[in-house]
Ligand binder design. Structure first.
Ligand SMILES: [Zn+2]
Length: 458
């Protein structure tokens, strides 16, 4: 029976239900067998059948009169029938099988006096070992099935998912996707993020704005990685490779904020340098409030902290309106106008997440919902963030401005830098527009060494 248990374990290792069998004759092992129906596509490939075939072949005789068969689980009707045909002398089995066992559990074929051959049978030999093997196997299989269901991330009825094919062969975006759908705030929606580099030193958490996605950071990510840091770059819901809820009203400040807080908590990100652009700052700059200890630095590019209670320059409102209209219409055209050096393939990458109008709810919703018309609780959080950076912020900060940005220009970025305690003087990049990360390669190198230096010396 020990040998049969070894065979059962081998079957389990191969992903089959772990059942093993051994045939003995005059005290000698003449054959072994193990369960194998899945791999062999054979419903008859039970351990006992395999052992009977091997024994008959070894003896050159289909009758196994003098033989005894040891099997770890009570035999089924098929195997019991085969054993009776083989005229086995004795059958010894381990655990009982209340569902398909035919040596006493469901029926007892071996006690059926109307059958011509009688084989003696004994059960419950090393039954506990056999049962433990089976229970462990089924527990592992259930856990695997749960994992697979989780990884499959079924698509919700009220959302769309851009097909993977749309993202094939993007220039300078070689990183593997990571998906998550089991954060409470996601409610089953699938969120995509990049997670590159080893944890341990700084983590550059890169938040895109409107109408971009993690692709925006493709020129900065390699610089952070080369300096030995980790990079996490999520696509907000409605953007990039993340699921796209169909309704505009899905996109609230609180929901996006909560999703990011839960992602940071789940990935347990520490020593974070928050990298934010555009609306990514409006959302992202409220995150350190929740858990200041996780943050070491800020790298802010053409973004804003809060618009609550502030008189915005009129060009900002105009730009915001125009940007929303154009992006919802054609993201690539907007990007081409705002950032002149983009190649056709890069423009296509910005258009890729949004194949049709249905996929563009976030583009229609995002800026009006986030930068203005704020709900009361959102305005409260933004006000708290303002106070937090001027009074309590204990990390390091860099603010950079693409000088050609018509909305988040130099004066607005200088204003932002002046509200953050201990912020380095504003960096102005003269030939860059709103989408500064597109020209951010050198800035990323500078930022990596600046934060490294500041943290080493503080
Ligand atoms: Zn069987």
């Amino acid at each position: 029976m020990r040998l049969a248990l070894e065979q059962a374990a081998l079957a389990g290792d191969a992903g089959e239900v772990p059942v093993g069998a051994v045939v003995m004759r005059h005290g000698q092992v003449i054959a072994t067998g193990r369960n194998n129906p899945l791999a062999s596509h054979d419903p008859t490939a039970h351990a006992e059948i395999a052992a009977l075939r091997a024994a008959a072949s070894a003896l050159g005789n289909y009758r196994l009169d003098e033989c005894e068969l040891f099997v770890t689980l009570e035999p089924c009707a098929m195997c019991s029938g085969a054993m009776l045909h083989a005229r086995l002398k004795r059958v010894v089995f381990g655990a009982r099988d209340p569902k398909t066992g035919t040596a006493g559990s469901v029926i007892d074929l071996f006690a059926e006096a109307r059958l011509n051959h009688q084989t003696s049978v004994r059960g419950d030999v090393l039954a506990e070992e056999s049962a433990t093997l089976l229970q462990g196997f089924f527990a592992r299989r259930r856990a695997q099935q749960r994992d697979q269901a989780r990884l499959a991330h079924p698509l919700r009825d009220d959302a769309l998912r851009t097909p993977d094919a749309a993202f094939e062969g993007l220039p300078d975006y070689p990183w593997s996707p990571h998906y998550i759908s089991d954060l409470p705030a996601l409610d089953g929606l699938r969120m995509h993020y990049l997670d590159e580099g080893a944890p341990g030193r700084l983590t550059f958490l890169c938040l895109h704005g409107h109408p971009t996605w993690s692709y925006l950071y493709r020129k900065m990510i390699p610089a952070f990685l080369a300096a030995g840091h980790r990079v996490v770059a999520p696509d907000l819901l409605g953007f990039g490779k993340s699921d796209k809820p169909k309704h505009v009203r899905f996109h609230t400040f609180s929901r996006h904020r909560q999703t990011l807080l839960e992602l940071i908590d789940r990935l347990d990100l520490r020593n974070i340098v928050l990298v934010a652009h555009d609306a990514g700052g409006l959302l992202g700059l409220t995150l350190p409030l929740a858990e200041p200890a996780r943050y070491q630095g800020l790298l802010l590019m053409n973004t804003l902290l809060s618009v609550d209670g502030q008189a915005l320059p009129p060009e900002f409102a105009d730009w915001r309106h125009e940007c929303t209209r154009q992006a919802a219409d054609d993201t690539a055209r907007l990007m081409a106008r705002a950032s002149r050096n983009l190649a056709p393939k890069e423009l296509a990458a910005y258009r890729a997440p949004f194949p049709d109008r249905g996929h563009r709810a976030a583009l229609r919703a995002f800026m009006p919902g986030l930068a203005g018309d704020m709900a009361v609780d959102e305005a409260v959080i933004s006000r708290q963030a303002n106070r937090f950076y001027s009074e309590r912020w204990a990390g390091h900060a860099m603010v950079a401005a693409g000088a050609l940005d018509p909305a988040f220009g130099v004066s607005m970025m200088a204003g932002l830098a002046s509200t953050i305690k201990g912020c380095r003087p504003l960096m102005v990049i003269p030939d860059a527009g709103h989408f500064l990360p597109e020209q951010g390669k050198q800035l990323a190198h500078d930022a990596a060494s600046y934060f490294d230096h500041m943290i080493r010396t503080s």
